[in-house]
Ligand binder design. Structure first.
Ligand code: AMP
Ligand code: GLY
Length: 420
């Protein structure tokens, strides 16, 4: 099969790395890819992912049998609808199904319609009404811009003043633009978070291994929120009873609900779960693989990802068996100085040879005059796997000095929660 992967981050490097091992593969392309994907696939330049017609002609010309879309933005923009209309097979949801991530107000109403456990909420587009509601509730709250805001649209205010000013920023000053035309105000819950991704063909749903992300910049879950500073899988806190509960109460109702509403969801359905004292609650759905969770989950997948993605696109997921390695993986994100605010870029990178059971997934790098340089906030996801999490943690930190660039910062406590 000829396969095209869309995206350029650490998640896409991990997808390319896994797909490149497929016995079904003839030729692998990635649009646009990054320097880490270049040795594994053909990086395609000169086509914008936003130009769906150009992506479709590329697929026709190269006889692409399967497209795997990495990020949410092209999914929310309808790239799968455009390609499917030309009979190009895609692993990823339609624009209507991608709303489950692209509109938090849609997602919350959807969860309510299908009894999927989540925090109490209300939705507003008017500032005064939102403030009146704030004043009427007597529990701590979270404020969320409804649309896609690159992970920055969630505010956890400590005081009423902070809450009001966040509402003003979003609804009146429009700091998130159209993504903030509506806000969701929800009850603030407590508990550990688990990222549970699942493969689905619109009817069947198969969960992957549970993972934990580390969203805060600094050790001990301190500092600013980021896109994710590291991850590990499987998360031992997530028991098989919890897995059962999540499949029955969250994943199946979500897949069945999307289908019954006429928007079957094909691809990766990612449930962000909180393990609260009252049971599992859904914080959010994403319509794609998580980043950095993918860097730890795909190395543990035994089954061919091309086979799974094709089966999902063809509605045949029930006919294949998905197997996982009896192993663990840990990923530490190596970020640029200044991340997640003002990032210092264009630093020279050196990478020494890593052990065979490690990969340095590229997220923010580029080639310039034959030198590898940094080009973003999160530069690499350094990933190791081993029979247990303690060994994987040891391995990743023992090898971290093999990657160097000026201003490199990373958390020293990734997966520590799993070792207690
Ligand atoms: P979301 O993008 O909706 O998953 O929110 C981003 C992060 O905000 C989550 O990973 C949680 O850490 C936090 N968060 C979101 N909603 C809630 C909630 N209702 N209660 C507590 N924390 C939340
Ligand atoms: N790691 C969180 C996400 O992919 O949205």
């Amino acid at each position: 099969m000829n396969v095209l992967i869309i995206g350029s981050g650490g998640r896409e490097h991990a997808i390319v790395w896994k797909v490149s091992q497929s016995p079904k593969l003839t030729k692998l392309y990635v649009l646009p890819g990054n320097p880490g994907t270049a040795p594994l696939a053909e990086n395609v330049n000169g086509i914008s992912v936003d130009d769906h017609a150009a992506v479709a002609s590329f697929c026709k010309e190269k006889q692409i049998d399967l497209v795997i879309v990495g990020p949410e933005t092209p999914l929310a923009a309808g790239v799968v609808d455009s390609l499917s209309a030309q009979r190009i097979r895609c692993f990823g949801p339609s624009q209507a199904a991608a709303q489950i991530e692209a509109s938090k107000s849609f997602a919350k109403d959807f969860m309510a319609r299908h009894n999927i456990p989540t925090a109490k909420y209300a939705t507003f587009s008017n500032y005064d009404e939102a403030v009146r509601y704030l004043e009427s509730v007597d529990y701590p709250i979270v404020i969320k811009a409804s649309g896609l805001a690159a992970g920055k649209g969630v505010i956890l205010p400590e005081t009423m003043d902070e809450a009001k000013s966040a509402l003003k920023e979003i609804l009146v000053k429009k700091v998130f633009g159209e993504a903030g035309a509506e806000v969701v105000i929800e009850e603030r819950m407590t508990g550990q978070e688990v990222s549970l991704m699942a493969f689905t063909d619109g009817t069947s749903v198969v969960p992957m291994l549970p993972a934990q992300d580390h969203k805060r910049l600094l050790d001990g879950d301190k500092g600013l929120n980021t896109g994710g500073m590291g991850a590990y899988a499987p998360a031992p806190i997530f028991t098989s009873a919890m897995m059962n509960e999540a499949v029955e109460k969250v994943l199946k109702p979500a897949v069945n609900g999307m289908k019954s509403e006429g928007n079957p969801f094909v691809g990766v359905l990612y449930a962000g779960l909180m393990l609260t004292p009252n049971g599992i609650r859904t914080l959010e759905f994403n319509c794609r693989f998580g980043d950095p969770e993918t860097q730890v989950v795909l190395p543990l997948l035994e089954t061919d990802l091309v086979e799974i993605a094709k089966a999902c696109a063809d509605g045949n997921l029930a006919n294949i068996n998905i197997h996982w390695k009896n192993s663990t993986a840990v990923c530490v994100v190596l970020a640029s100085k200044g991340y997640p605010e003002k990032v210092e870029s264009a630093k020279f990178v050196t990478i020494e040879q890593l052990p065979y059971d490690m990969v340095c997934f590229h997220a923010g790098t580029k080639m310039e005059n034959e030198n590898l340089i940094t080009s973003g906030g999160r530069v690499f996801g350094l990933t190791a796997w081993a029979e247990d999490i303690a060994s994987a943690v040891k391995k990743v930190y023992a090898n971290i000095g093999k990657v160097t660039f000026d201003g490199m910062q990373y958390r020293k406590d990734i997966a520590r929660k799993a070792l207690k």
